[in-house]
Design a protein around this ligand. Structure first.
Ligand SMILES: Cc1ncc(CO)c(N)n1
Length: 209
């Protein structure tokens, strides 16, 4: 197994708890309560801001042109199409102004700030965020009718998004292959923290932390 696969296998129970979360089930069914969706998206708007900074750090620290350009293109999509969804979704849900970060969100902001220091660290956190979302969004099921739910699924699935996650996985494996044991250990620690936070982030949408 590759390094990325090993890290995922090591976190399987928490990974599966996030991918199979009640929020994901309700999103697919189109039954997420508007208050839950509003809480989730308001927190995710805070996440997205720092996620764009993390993508920028990966653009800056990549050691090859090809991945640097691929990451830059994805940064453009997040700052474009995805930001457009947020604007429409939060307006429809009546969200006013930026939210205060809940503990899971703050945990992610801190993790992303830490991970900006090196390509290895940035890649690892990007990989979890995108791979785990690809996983829950790739269910083979009928999509919900309401654009609020359907578009959030569509932003995280399909051939282009799958290619993007493949690149993150390939890059993570390449960097880990050449890295010293301390770096690999640090990558594993960041990966595990990120998976835990993904689960906690979904929980928080229901008023937990
Ligand atoms: C919390 C969270 N994790 C991952 C993604 C997708 O990158 C997102 N939008 N929000």
């Amino acid at each position: 197994m590759s390094f990325a696969d090993d890290m995922r296998a090591a976190t399987a129970s928490m990974w599966d708890a996030a991918v199979g979360h009640r929020f994901v089930d309700e999103l697919w069914a189109g039954t997420v309560d508007d208050a839950v969706m509003a809480r989730y998206l308001a927190q995710d708007a805070l996440f997205l801001d720092r996620f764009v900074a993390l993508l920028g750090a990966a653009v800056a620290t990549a050691d090859r042109t090809e991945p640097r350009l691929a990451i830059a293109r994805q940064l453009g999509l997040v700052a474009g199409d995805e930001d457009d969804y947020f604007g429409r979704a939060l307006a429809r849900l009546g969200a006013t102004g930026p939210a205060d970060p809940q503990p899971a969100t703050q945990g992610f902001l801190d993790l992303m700030d830490e991970a900006r220091g090196s390509y290895a660290d940035a890649l690892t956190v990007l990989l979890v965020a995108e791979w785990l979302y690809l996983d829950w969004a790739s269910r083979d099921a009928r999509k919900p009718d309401d654009w609020l739910h359907r578009e959030w699924i569509d932003l995280h699935r399909g051939p282009a998004f799958t290619t993007w996650v493949d690149l993150l996985r390939t890059e993570t494996d390449r960097i880990a292959r050449d890295a010293d044991p301390a770096t690999r250990e640090r990558m594993t620690e960041l990966f595990t923290r990120a998976v835990d936070l993904e689960r906690a982030f979904f929980d928080a949408s229901y008023g937990g932390s």
